[in-house]
Design a binder for this molecule. Structure first.
Ligand code: UN1
Length: 509
């Protein structure tokens, strides 16, 4: 189905799974990648052994010593070339993302576009790694702060954004002067091989030694090696809250740094003053896009009682038009879930909704028959629930949208919205300035991302991406997220002939 694309992306039996650049190796167990689209085997890679990992870290450490000496704008130039290559390979990489992960081809292309965008951002950033100058309280003294590279950055990424999240981390880390060791999800290894291959080619063309970008493959045992390893200065991990808590514990025990981007439980508040047309497109895309497997997926719709029935009706009608099927066929809106385990989680969630007294208004189900042989295609669901239900309090990575009614003013809706453990993304649909500003104020949304008249998913790379509470508190991508990839140093220089002490302390002898 995608033989040509695999060839174009340089994937062959030579790309064994562990890589320090153009060198590929790997002595671990074989890892097979099956497409959730048609259940077929796409390819195999070997997982990394402890020895493979050691080799990778040693190369990364050596490479760091060279890489940090290349001026940041020159490192940016290499990232620019990476972006150029991605532009050329957008269609084939987008297709591989779609086929291996299951998201629609449109969204696969969108993900590669996110990579290109972060490349552009990082190129500009490479000339803007600014520190501040500070006025010293002492005469003839100068004070400033500057940012230095950290060293080896470990990136642990999830299956749902198999290429973009790595690129956010890698492009920033690279211009910051760091080197990267990537452990992708074992569910999407070939996407990782493709990315590593493209970047390694660019690095080679620029005569950069192996080890600036490395790939290790495997399950959580490889993630644990990264988390425990004090040679890894920063661990940037994306995935479940459960995983994040584990990683955090281990990295904190050695006082390492983390960026954690974990679960979301994102809501859209729909007030009496909402534009219901905007609301509908945003909510439906937010809930069923990537088959409900984005961290930013819209999981809850908190609707004012006065418009509740109208909103409900329009959603039910819209869901009737959603086409489920092969995501490479652009007529379809929703592809499969990542695997049968995810389907099981979806089914369990539906059962729990019933048990807790929720009312399913758009029925779910697992699709069978022609075109659905992989067993991973499910129908998007809408359920009327109450926010305190246990199932509603948890993130189920599937297209299940919860409808919740609120009454009174917008503060009541905000209270419901914030009353979950997660804090990634949030939105309000309103044309009422007072409601919008309240939502964005300190008594408003407690999430890392808060939007007005835009859904919860589909953030641009220019903003800092991440969330509060159980979402982990980390920020990736735009704004000043780059600072997490560098160490800050405060420098004070005395160019006088005296030694005046700060705080006016006298010390004469
Ligand atoms: C994720 O789901 O981990 O905002 C990342 C979005 C995308 C990124 C999602 N730009 O939906």
């Amino acid at each position: 189905m995608i033989e040509n694309e695999l060839k174009e992306l340089g994937i062959s039996s030579e790309n064994l799974g562990t890589s320090t650049g153009n060198t590929w190796f790997g002595k671990g167990e074989e890892l097979s990648s099956y497409s959730p689209v048609d259940g077929k085997l796409i390819g195999k890679v070997k997982s990394s052994t402890k020895d493979d990992y050691e080799e990778v870290i040693k190369k990364a450490q050596t490479a760091f010593k060279e890489w940090r000496m290349i001026p940041a704008p020159k490192r940016g130039e290499i990232v620019r070339q990476f972006g150029d290559k991605l532009r050329k390979k957008k269609a084939s990489l987008g297709k591989l993302v779609s086929y291996e992960m299951g998201k629609s081809y449109q969204e696969g292309l969108g993900e590669v576009q996110e990579m290109i965008d972060i490349c552009d951002f990082a190129v500009g950033l490479s000339r803007q790694l600014y520190g501040s100058t500070i006025h010293s309280e002492r005469p003839l003294h100068r004070m400033y702060d500057q940012y230095h590279p950290l060293g080896v950055v470990g990136v642990i990424s999830a299956f749902n954004f198999p290429v973009a999240v790595w690129s956010w981390n890698t492009c920033l880390a690279m211009v910051c002067g760091d080197v990267v060791v990537w452990k992708p999800s074992e569910k999407t290894p070939l996407c990782a091989v493709a990315c590593q291959h493209i970047l390694a080619e660019v690095l080679k063309e620029n005569n950069i030694s192996e080890g600036v970008s490395s790939l290790v493959m495997g399950d959580k045992t490889i993630g644990e090696l990264i988390a425990q390893d004090s040679r890894v200065a920063l661990v940037s991990a994306t995935g479940s809250t459960r995983m994040g808590i584990e990683v955090n514990k281990v990295v904190a025990a050695r006082l390492g740094k983390t960026i954690l981007e974990l679960g979301g439980n994102n809501a859209i508040i729909v007030t009496q003053d909402a534009d219901l047309k905007i609301m509908l497109t945003s909510a439906v895309f937010g809930a069923v896009g990537t088959a409900g497997q984005r961290c930013t997926t819209t999981r809850r719709l908190i609707v004012h009682e006065s418009i509740y029935d109208k909103v409900k009706e329009s959603l039910v009608n819209a869901y009737k038009q959603i086409k489920i099927g092969n995501p490479l066929d652009t007529a379809n809106h929703v592809g499969p879930l990542i695997d049968k385990y995810a389907v099981e989680m979806y089914s369990n969630a539906l059962e729990k909704i019933n048990q807790e007294g929720g009312k399913i208004i758009v029925e779910g189900g697992i699709l069978e028959g022609n075109g659905f042989e992989s067993g991973c295609y499910v129908k998007p669901v809408i359920a009327e629930v109450e926010n305190h239900f246990e199932i509603v309090q948890h993130e189920t990575f599937a297209p299940i949208l919860y409808l919740i009614k609120y009454s009174g003013d917008v503060l009541n809706a905000i209270e419901i919205q914030n009353n979950v453990a997660q804090g990634l993304s949030s939105s309000i649909m309103t044309n009422n300035l007072r409601e919008a500003e309240l939502f964005l104020s300190q008594q408003g949304s407690d999430c890392g991302i808060a939007n007005v008249n835009i859904g919860t998913s589909g953030a641009e790379i220019g903003g800092a991406f991440g969330g509060e509470k159980e979402t982990g508190g980390g920020r990736e991508s735009g704004s000043d997220a780059w600072k997490a990839y560098m160490r800050r140093q405060t420098n004070t220089i005395n160019y006088s002939t005296e030694v005046p002490l700060a705080q006016g302390i006298k010390f004469d002898f």
